[in-house]
Every structure is written in C-alpha cells, then in structure tokens.
Write a protein that binds this ligand. Structure first.
Ligand SMILES: *[C@@H]1O[C@H](CO)[C@@H](O)[C@H](O)[C@H]1NC(C)=O
Ligand SMILES: *[C@@H]1O[C@H](CO)[C@@H](O)[C@H](O)[C@H]1NC(C)=O
Ligand SMILES: *[C@@H]1O[C@H](CO)[C@@H](O)[C@H](O)[C@H]1NC(C)=O
Ligand SMILES: *[C@@H]1O[C@H](CO)[C@@H](O)[C@H](O)[C@H]1NC(C)=O
Ligand SMILES: *[C@@H]1O[C@H](CO)[C@@H](O)[C@H](O)[C@H]1NC(C)=O
Length: 394
C-alpha cells in the first residue's frame, strides 16, 4: 500500500513526503525512549509472567489479586503488574493478552504463552495432583507455532477485517522481542516429589537442553531478539520455606534455604552456558541473559536497608504461620468459620511495602523495583539496556 502511494505521487509531493518522513523519524529517534522499535512481544514462562493464561484455562485467580493496579482480578498472581507488564510499558506496547484467553484479547502487538505453574519439561502429573501446569514450554511452543502459521494464513487469505485487526503482521515475528522466564518450577517439582537435591541437579542439563531446543526453533522461524530471565532465589519464598521438615537446619542468616538457592544458581549457571552456545550457533540472534536471581536476592536480603520494604519473607496475602502462608488456604481462598464463609488472605495493609505477595509470587512494588534494576542492563549479559536488545553485541 505504501508503494502504490509513492508511485502515484508526483515527484514534488514525493520529496515533501520524504522530508516529512525524515523529520518525523529524526524527531522519533530523539523522543522515542528505545532505539529498538519492537512491534510485538511474545512471552513464554510461568506465573512470573502469566498475564491470564492459567486463569483462562482453569478459572480466575480471584480477589484480592490485581487490586493494587487493575482494581480486580486480571489473570495475574500478583496485586498488580508483573515485570513483563513493565517491559511492555517501556516500549509503549499494550499489556500482553494471554494466548489462551478467548475473550477480549488483541494480539496485534504480541501474545503471552506463559501460564502459572509451567515447567520447561512436561510433568507426568496433572495440575490437580501436583499444582504444575500442563502448559509446559514445549506446549507453549506448539501454541506459538500454530499462532504463527495461522497469522500467515489470515494475512494471505481473504478473511474478515476484524481478524486482521487482532493479529500481528507476518513480518513482525522477525522484528519482535521474545521473552522468557521459566525454570523455577522444574526445580521445585523435583523437590516436591521428594527427589534429592543431587537428583534434581542431575536433571538440570536435560531441562536446559529442552529450553535450548525451543529458542533454536523460534530462531528458525525468524525470531532474532531474545530476552531471557534466569531463575530467582526460590529458597527465600514462603511456599518453599513452609515445607518443614525439609528445610530444617538449612536456613541461612537471611532465613532462606541455602541448598535450594544453590540449586537455583546451578540451574542459572547451566542456563548461561546454554545461552553462550546459542549465541555461537545462531549468528543473527541478539540474546540477552538477565540475572534476575541477583536482583531478587539483593531485594530480599537487603530489604532491611530499603526502608520502603518490610518483612521480606512474609506473604502479604495469606493465612497463618511464621510466613503468613498456608499451603491449603492460599491468597483469595475461602474458609468456613462457624458456618460462615470468609475470604482469607485479605491483603496486608500496605502491599507497596511488601516484597512477597502470596507466598509464591512477588508484589507489584517488588516487580517494579526489580524492573528498575534490570532496565539499564546492569544485570544483563551483554550489559546493554533493554531498549538496545535488538542489536547483537557479541
Ligand atoms: C516423565 O516420564 C517420562 C517417561 O517415563 C520420562 O522420560 C520423563 O523424564 C518424565 N518427566 C519428568 C519431568 O520427570
Ligand atoms: C488491537 O490493538 C491495535 C493496537 O495495538 C489496534 O490498532 C486495533 O484496532 C485493535 N483491534 C481491535 C479489533 O480493536
Ligand atoms: C514427600 O515426603 C513427605 C514427608 O515424608 C510426604 O508427606 C509426602 O507425601 C511425600 N511426597 C511425595 C510426592 O512422595
Ligand atoms: C465459633 O463459635 C464458638 C461457639 O459459639 C465461639 O466460642 C467461637 O469463638 C467462634 N469462633 C470464631 C472464630 O468466631
Ligand atoms: C542502573 O539502575 C540502577 C537502579 O536505578 C542504578 O542503581 C544503577 O547504578 C544503574 N546502573 C548503570 C550502569 O547505570
């Protein structure tokens, strides 16, 4: 359409058009916050970046989830926005619709394949049995694959205009940012099945191997810019800490389970090596590895110095015990007291001063704090800011 427009324009008008175009792009370059003008974001992951996937498939994460920002449930296991929401905001893109969400979704500028409880490797249990999502990374990849194929079909066939206004352009797939935050559940799934630390550790090469396969496949379909979060210090999270007696005697001076965090760091080491290999194998890929672990660990262990945050290891929304967390009665759950049903896990008085939201996930305030640390690239390899992640550095 642009070409036809140019052809029909007389030379003078075309020059004027060029001047305007140039001036706009110069102004654009100055005012745009990001040199990388990603038209879309495609995200893969677990609850750390689920914006409605699990809720669409298995029922809404109910109140008080979402109350600090969305003023009600918004498919997120959080009181508000997640790191992926702050990433989308920073590119002036809309919040990502969950691929699984049939109603109200608009995928023009991206799609989110993440669901809470997702693992990299498919688990041999159901969500009901173990709490892990059936939408493991390979399934998220099937979904992306089908999404990509059908967008191409929609674009070439005569389809209703409304579909076109809900889908990205074919060419956006190679210009998009591909983001990943997954792996924590592969580690906890092993531990919760009573595998020894050594057994879970031995499964890590297979886990990162399956991750690598997915990145390669997306590259082969045209993906070029990848933003990969490593996994956080899950040994500091109430849902892990609460699992006595597993954790007895292994708690460090900050109250975190040292050997579990060590496992997370081992996973991260292998993930980083995998990213290095991918850079070698995929010459046109710009892959950024982001050390979320260090940022979250610093937040938790130094919260005493950050006056804004209190009670690093205590859930804001929960019920009972040392960590305000009860595996049977989660945030938003209901219990009957003397025949009257009451909502437990009413959020704490000030979620903006809390780090942990529901025993498993971080608060919006913590997510914002983490985002502010990572956006300038100081925790990235290569150390370039988020806005420059379309450019290969190595
Ligand atoms: C699930 O079972 C298959 C077949 O026994 C096995 O190869 C795979 O490793 C298992 N997955 C996990 C996550 O344990
Ligand atoms: C979907 O969002 C895009 C902008 O991101 C907008 O241009 C388009 O009109 C929206 N589609 C519908 C059907 O509202
Ligand atoms: C793991 O061990 C605990 C404590 O012995 C036990 O209660 C639980 O049922 C075991 N879990 C599995 C999945 O075997
Ligand atoms: C439940 O009812 C009993 C008997 O009326 C009363 O003693 C108790 O305090 C009540 N518990 C709560 C939590 O209201
Ligand atoms: C990145 O941002 C953080 C948080 O604002 C700041 O503490 C740090 O000094 C910045 N690093 C660089 C290299 O600009």
């Amino acid at each position: 359409m642009e070409l036809r427009l140019r052809r029909n324009l007389p030379a003078e008008a075309f020059m004027l058009f060029l001047v305007v175009l140039l001036r706009n792009s110069v102004v654009g370059a100055i005012t745009s916050k990001h040199p990388c003008d990603f038209p879309a974001i495609f995200n893969f992951g677990d609850s750390n970046s689920d914006t409605g996937g699990l809720s669409a498939a298995f029922g809404q994460a109910g109140p008080p989830h979402g109350e600090s920002f969305f003023h009600g449930p918004a498919g997120r296991y959080c009181d508000g926005r997640l790191i992926i929401d702050f990433i989308a905001e920073s590119f002036e893109l809309p919040y990502l619709s969950a691929y699984l969400d049939a109603l109200g979704s608009n995928f023009t500028q991206g799609a989110n394949f993440a669901t809470a409880g997702s693992t990299i490797r498919p688990q041999n249990t159901t969500l009901h049995q173990s709490g892990f999502s059936p939408f493991s990374l390979n399934v998220q990849w099937y979904q992306f694959n089908d999404f990509h194929r059908r967008v191409q079909n929609f674009r070439t066939k005569k389809v209703d205009e409304v579909f076109k206004r809900l889908m990205p352009k074919s060419e956006d797939f190679s210009r998009a940012l591909y983001t990943f935050d997954i792996g924590q559940n592969d580690l906890t799934a092993g531990l919760f099945q009573n595998l020894s630390l050594r057994q879970v550790r031995e499964s890590v090469p297979d886990i990162v191997g399956q991750f690598k396969t997915v990145i390669k496949d997306i590259y082969n379909q045209g993906g070029r810019a990848f933003w990969i979060h490593n996994t956080g210090p899950f040994g500091c999270l109430p849902y892990v800490l609460d699992r006595q007696p597993v954790t007895t005697g292994q708690v460090d001076k900050y109250g975190c389970v040292g050997p579990f965090n060590e496992l997370a760091r081992y996973f991260n080491l292998r993930l980083k090596q995998t990213v290095d290999q991918l850079r070698e194998h995929l010459p046109k890929a710009a892959i950024t590895y982001v050390d979320i672990y260090s940022v979250k660990y610093a937040l938790i262990t130094q919260s005493i110095n950050h006056l804004r945050f209190k009670h690093a290891l205590r859930a804001c929304c929960g019920h009972g015990g040392k960590y305000n967390y009860n595996v049977h009665i989660g945030c938003g759950g209901k219990i009957k007291i003397n025949g009257t049903e009451i909502l437990v896990g009413k959020a704490c008085a000030d979620p903006t001063a809390a780090i942990n939201w529901d025993g498993v996930h971080y608060t919006q305030a913590a997510n914002k704090w983490v985002f502010d640390q990572i956006v300038n690239g100081s925790f990235s390899d290569p150390p370039s800011p988020l806005g420059l992640t379309c450019r290969r550095q190595h």
